[in-house]
Structure formats: C-alpha cells, structure tokens
Design a protein around this ligand. Structure first.
Ligand code: C5P
Length: 300
C-alpha cells in the first residue's frame, strides 16, 4: 500500500476576467483565461485513523486558514471518499507558499491537490472527467487548478478548455498581507453595475491571438480584469503600484482575480528581476514566477 503521496499545485492568474450580471444562484457568468504560475503549494497525505489537516506557512501567514471541516482541503478529501465509498482517514499536511485571500486561487489549488493526492493514496482511479466534476462541486477555480497550463474558463469559471499558446512568460507578483474577500469584491462589482448591468462577458480576440503568437507585448496590452475597479474601491492605493510597474518596464499590469495581489508581465526571468528590483521601494513583498506551468501533479 502507498504510505505517502505528495502533490504540488500551482497558483493561478487570470489574463482576462470578464464578469457578467449576477445569476439567480448568486454566481456570476465568467469569460476568463486562466494561467497557472510557478508559485506552488505542496500537499502530503498519509493513511490515518482520522482525517486531519496541518497547515505550515512557508513565507505566508496561515493563521487565518481554518483547519476545521469548512476548509476546502478537508471537504475535497471527504468528497472523494464519499464518491468512492472509501471509509479511510487521511493525515494531510499542507505547505503553503501561495498567500491566503490573494486572488491567486490558493485554497482552490490546495483542494485540487487533495483530490489528486487522495485518489493516488486510495487507488480510486478517478477518471479526469469525474475529477473535473468533483472539482467543480468544490469551487469555481478548482477544475482549472487540476488542468493547469493556460485555459479558457466559462460558466461560473468551472468549465475549462485548454487554449493553444506558444512560449512562456514571467510574472512579477506584489503580494499583500491584507487579503480581500472574493464575495465582497463581487458584491462591490454588483453595486457598481446596479444602474447599468454588465454585458455578457467574452474573451477578447486580441488576447487569444497574442497567446497563439507568443507575443508578450500584445498580451500585455490585452490583459483585462472586470473585477479590478471593484477591488480598487477597497484598495485605492494599488492603482499607483500598477502604474509604477508599467513605468518599471512591465508589458502589462493588473490585479489578480479579486485581488489584492498585483501582477506585472515580463518577457523573461531577467526582465522580471529588473522589474522586481525597480518596484522594491514601493512594494515590500515581491516575487517572480514563470508561466504557464502544469496543474496539480503527484511528485514521483
Ligand atoms: O466558487 P467559489 O466557492 O470559489 O466562489 C467563492 C465566491 O465567489 C462565491 O460564493 C461568490 O460569492 C463568488 N463568485 C461569483 N461568481 C463566480 C465565482 C465566484 O460570484 N463565477
């Protein structure tokens, strides 16, 4: 029997995040392009009598992460066990590098990693389609975290299709200790569109064309996030940081998902390091990450 399984799973950014008017179920229709980046959490699972979760922060504050049944990691383990009528406990250790409530799908990617890790530990052999279905039940971003790479997202974000891309990119991330609540940012988006409902969202052609061509300059110009104005209402200070990133030579700058992480697009590692060094006086926690990278994968 397998004694221990470790899975690495990436943070995501949204290259575009088109948001439509709120649906009857409280979710918003999305037209988004996700990209998985080289900022990675690690989950290790071992057989145990009881299912437990221990969270270890690796450069991030994990004091706000719940370790009770509400945690998405524990919900993922229970959901997979239920679906296969598995009556086994699992001891889960999560090494967190992705900031909590940063707009980087940190919780979602940990849930995706848990599905992959427990499926291996329990030899449940879940098909990719079933994994994507379970992932979608756990959260809108979880299916993408399984798939990784660069992918279009529709529905509430849970329907993902890989999109053709060429070459690679680097992102500079300005991390923030003060997380933003995703529902609060969507709520602000609704208030901002109370008089003029948002149009049905679509992925800009210029963005897919830039990805297909591997053209970093055109990609930078096509980056877009409909949640950014709402996120900036909570954090108006970030507007000047985005401007500074462009002044520092980034090909594009935007807020990641519902924020508050700020993203700056670079063409190479060297370019990313240059932008990071120029931004250092304005932002205390910066890091560089390559993209695209794979989704949640077992470490062999
Ligand atoms: O799907 P997930 O549980 O990650 O979503 C968290 C919250 O984000 C939802 O409760 C909802 O408030 C908001 N959301 C939304 N529309 C989406 C995705 C998320 O309003 N497409």
């Amino acid at each position: 029997m397998t004694r221990q399984v470790t899975v690495r799973s990436p943070a995501k950014v949204n290259l575009c995040l088109g948001v439509g008017p709120v649906r009857a179920d409280g979710y918003h229709p999305l037209a988004t392009v996700y990209q998985a980046i080289g900022l990675i959490d690690e989950i290790t699972v071992r057989p145990a009598a009881e299912t437990t979760l221990r969270v270890v922060g690796d450069g991030v504050d994990v004091s706000a992460v719940p370790t009770d049944a509400s945690n998405l990691v524990l919900r993922a383990a229970r959901l997979l066990a239920e679906r296969h009528s598995v009556d086994l406990g699992v001891e889960i250790t999560l090494h967190k590098r992705i900031p909590v409530a940063g707009g980087l799908a940190g919780g979602s990617t940990d849930a995706a990693a848990t599905l992959v890790a427990c499926d291996e530990l329990w030899s449940t052999g879940t098909s990719l389609d079933d994994m994507l279905g379970l992932a979608g039940e756990l959260g809108s971003d979880v299916p993408f975290c399984l798939v990784g790479g660069t992918a279009a997202g529709s529905g509430r974000g849970e329907r993902v299709t890989a999109i053709p891309t060429q070459g690679g990119y680097w992102w500079v991330l300005a991390l923030d200790d003060r997380g933003l609540s995703t529902p609060a940012v969507y709520g602000e988006f609704d208030r901002m569109h109370a008089d003029a409902p948002a149009p049905e969202p679509r992925i800009p052609d210029a963005l897919t064309a830039a990805l297909r061509a591997g053209d970093v300059k055109r990609l930078g110009e096509a980056l877009a996030n409909d949640l950014q104005p709402a996120a900036l209402r909570f954090r108006p200070d970030l507007e000047s940081l985005l401007g500074r990133g462009l002044d520092a030579g980034a090909h594009g700058a935007l807020i990641s998902g519902s924020g508050p992480t700020c993203l700056f697009l670079a063409e190479s590692e060297e370019h990313a390091v240059e932008i990071r060094d120029r931004l250092a006086p304005a932002a205390p926690r910066l890091l560089c990450a390559p993209a695209p990278v794979a989704g949640a994968r077992v470490v062999r």
